[in-house]
Write a protein that binds this ligand. Structure first.
Ligand SMILES: [Zn+2]
Ligand SMILES: [Zn+2]
Length: 316
């Protein structure tokens, strides 16, 4: 099935599905959860392989607005927070929006019902100002015609995008060209979003990396460490520092339980800005205690654990 046909199926059948009991066996459930994400993955091919594509129709009850999102795992692993790309079907089921949007749930929890909408709007306008060069191809300024619990969040969180008339959906070729454009905007924003952890690190970056490009690459590397699936890395590598052998629970007792830092081993020189790639949790990461982690970042090559181990005076 073509992507535009799958979209049409949702438009034509979703309202009726909502009058029926929520069921995974419902064909429309299958279309949104499996077919559309699968098709988007096929159409994009290898170029954006670090993206996760995920459809949603609600859990237990049909959501008012079905969606399909594309997450850059370097930026966020869930549509509950961060920035991501999403297809949204409006409540009249006559429009589809392709939107660079923001997660609402974590902001709602953090700032409360009254304030989070303002924060979404503020952030959206800030991001919009950084993406003005995409405005021509992605002219959609507001998304409207929403009802339901999440409607205000989707409208406030919208950054940039394009609207499709459900009766007149473009070919898959055009859909993919638009999607690539939104993904380009997404990845250029991701590079802006990368910040050092603290003052110490900011100073280290300033002294060690002379050009803006080099600094961005370093920060990209740090953001991969923060946004990588730390749980998976810990599961594979364990909780013992791979440089000095420290285990936080053995040394600090209960409060150290489960703690270790994740370090990204790909040499900085091989990273490209705006890149989305799949990571190999076994080979591309190591676990380090906080001291070794800080020290390895002071080395000329932060991917060389053996070099740091040779410097060590004390091991655990
Ligand atoms: Zn260590
Ligand atoms: Zn690191």
């Amino acid at each position: 099935m073509e992507l535009n046909e799958a979209f049409k199926t949702v438009i034509e059948n979703y309202e009726k599905a909502r009058t029926q009991a929520f069921s995974k066996a419902n064909p429309i459930y299958q279309t949104i959860i499996n077919e559309i994400p699968g098709k988007i993955g096929d159409l994009l091919g290898g170029e954006w392989s670090g993206l996760k594509v995920k459809g949603g129709v609600g859990t237990g009850n049909w959501a008012q607005v079905p969606w399909c999102c594309l997450l850059n795992l370097r930026v966020t692993t869930t549509p509950k927070r961060g920035i991501y790309v999403v297809y949204l079907f409006n409540s009249k089921y006559n429009k589809i929006y392709l939107s660079l949007n923001q997660g609402t749930d974590s902001l709602n929890e953090e700032y409360g019902e009254k304030e989070y909408i303002n924060i979404l709007k503020l952030r959206a306008s800030l991001y919009k100002s950084k993406l003005s060069k995409y405005k021509k191809q992605l002219p959609l300024d507001n998304i409207v015609n929403f009802r339901g619990r999440k409607a205000d969040g989707y409208s406030a969180g919208h950054i940039i995008g394009i609207e499709y008339d459900a009766m007149n959906l473009p070919s898959d070729g055009k859909l993919v060209a638009d999607l690539n454009e939104v993904l380009n905007a997404y990845s250029s924003l991701s590079d802006y979003e990368i910040k050092p952890l603290d003052q110490d690190e900011a100073e280290l970056i300033a002294s060690k990396y002379k050009t803006i490009e080099e600094r961005k690459i370093y920060c990209l590397h740090r953001s991969i460490e923060r946004n990588s699936s730390a749980k998976k890395v810990k599961k594979i590598h364990g909780l013992r520092c791979e440089c000095c052998g420290l285990n936080f629970e053995e040394r600090y007792g209960e409060i150290g339980k489960g703690f270790i830092e994740v370090h990204h081993l790909i040499p900085l020189s091989s990273l490209k800005l705006g890149e989305c790639r799949k990571y190999d949790f076994d080979k591309d990461f190591a676990v380090l205690c906080s001291n070794c982690h800080r020290m390895i970042h002071r080395q000329s090559d932060p991917s060389d654990i053996d070099a740091l181990r040779k410097q060590l005076k004390v091991t655990f």
